[in-house]
Write a protein that binds this ligand. Structure first.
Ligand code: NCD
Ligand code: ZN
Length: 349
């Protein structure tokens, strides 16, 4: 039996949601990740240190017995965020801030309308050492949805990176060759997360043979040449690119809907999905760097000291999971077979 032991991984981009949903989502992630960057797009959004710390406590309370899983908290930037909010966030132990262009994705209506107006806030983040995490898509109606990431690089990201050379910036869930090239060519303060869906799938998997709502996420899946560029990047072992699942749970009836919402709930099989694609690419030896080393190195945090073992043994992702209140959810890759399985996690090295 083939097996692979790696330093325990972390998830650098994740949506837990809140309240009853936490009983499902927190154990699913704590199953294989030591830490996770927790996205702040709740309703209402997490906009200050006090809200972030209260949310952190709710997440910690939902951990399975004995789990040492650590949520790393983020603030949701709005046009009313102030430099003082950043100072307070740093003092409270917040790790990063998330920039959503208004209307870009789920629960982002409160987000930023004029990015330039936030430059004093970015300045404070640079001084305080908080990371800037960016959903990099423009939202102008006349820009084609498949071009929104590239347009964001040209209109905003290149200027932010130039104006704040010491600010650590993570271009989240990149989906295009343009984004991969931009990040690899930028200074070493610029990194990117890549999701399992953008490595495993392309837009054919969303649209050919019928619309597949469970493969719908934002940024939307792109053409196969972009998928290939992301695959090539992770296969190269470039340390600017690291694991961020963007696991984003939604009720089944909200996905299978005339106006289905965006997000793939991948936490159920997260590390296994990445193992699947790295193995398909013939670079399973590169999984550890991507999943466990480059993320903490980029964030300036210690690497995990425990190890995790995967074995090559086929298993099937469940068709559905049901919350305590009866809500059904369809996990990403539902009903499909994966070749790698988590055998044991958090082993003392
Ligand atoms: C995310 C969500 O549902 O919160 N959805 C998604 O498609 N990725 C939001 C986001 O990260 O864009
Ligand atoms: Zn996300």
């Amino acid at each position: 039996m083939q097996s692979l032991t790696i330093v325990t991984p972390d998830d650098w981009h994740l949506h837990f949601r809140d309240n009853e949903m936490l009983a499902e989502t927190v154990p699913a992630t704590a199953r294989c990740f030591q830490r996770a960057i927790v996205m702040p797009n709740l309703v209402p959004p997490v906009v200050n240190a006090e809200m972030a710390m209260a949310y952190k406590s709710r997440i910690e309370a939902a951990r399975p017995e004995g789990s040492t899983f650590e949520p790393l908290m983020t603030l949701f930037l709005t046009n009313t965020t102030t430099p003082q909010d950043i100072v307070d966030a740093k003092t409270a132990g917040v790790t990063a801030c998330k920039l959503y262009p208004a209307g870009a994705t789920t629960n982002s209506d409160a987000a930023v309308k004029g990015i330039k107006a936030l430059y004093p806030v970015f300045q404070a983040m640079q001084e305080q050492g908080l990371l800037l995490l960016i959903h990099g898509e423009v939202t102008e109606h006349h820009i084609d949805i498949f071009d929104r990431e590239k347009a964001f690089i040209d209109t905003h990201l290149s200027h932010i990176v130039d104006a704040f050379p010491d600010l650590k910036v993570v271009f989240e869930h990149i989906t295009t060759a343009d984004a991969a090239e931009f990040v690899s060519g930028a200074n070493d303060k610029v990194g990117a997360t890549i999701t399992p869906q953008h490595l495993l799938l392309n837009r054919n998997d969303l649209l050919v043979g019928g619309v597949r709502p469970h493969n719908y996420c934002l940024p939307v899946l792109k053409r196969n040449t972009h998928q290939k560029a992301l695959q090539d990047m992770v296969a190269s072992g470039n340390p600017k690119f690291f694991l961020g699942t963007d696991s984003a749970p939604h009720a089944k009836h909200k996905k299978e809907n005339a106006c289905g919402c965006a997000g793939c709930y991948s936490a159920w099989s997260a590390i296994e999905l990445y193992a699947e694609i790295f193995d398909q690419l013939g670079v399973i030896d590169k999984l550890e760097g991507f999943a466990s080393l480059y993320g903490p190195d980029f964030y300036g945090l210690p690497r995990n000291t425990t190890t995790t073992t995967l074995i090559k043994e086929p298993w099937q992702v469940p068709d559905q999971v049901t919350l305590a209140d009866g809500t059904d959810m369809v996990p990403f890759y539902a009903g499909q077979t994966l070749q790698w399985k988590l055998e044991s996690a958090f082993q003392n090295a």
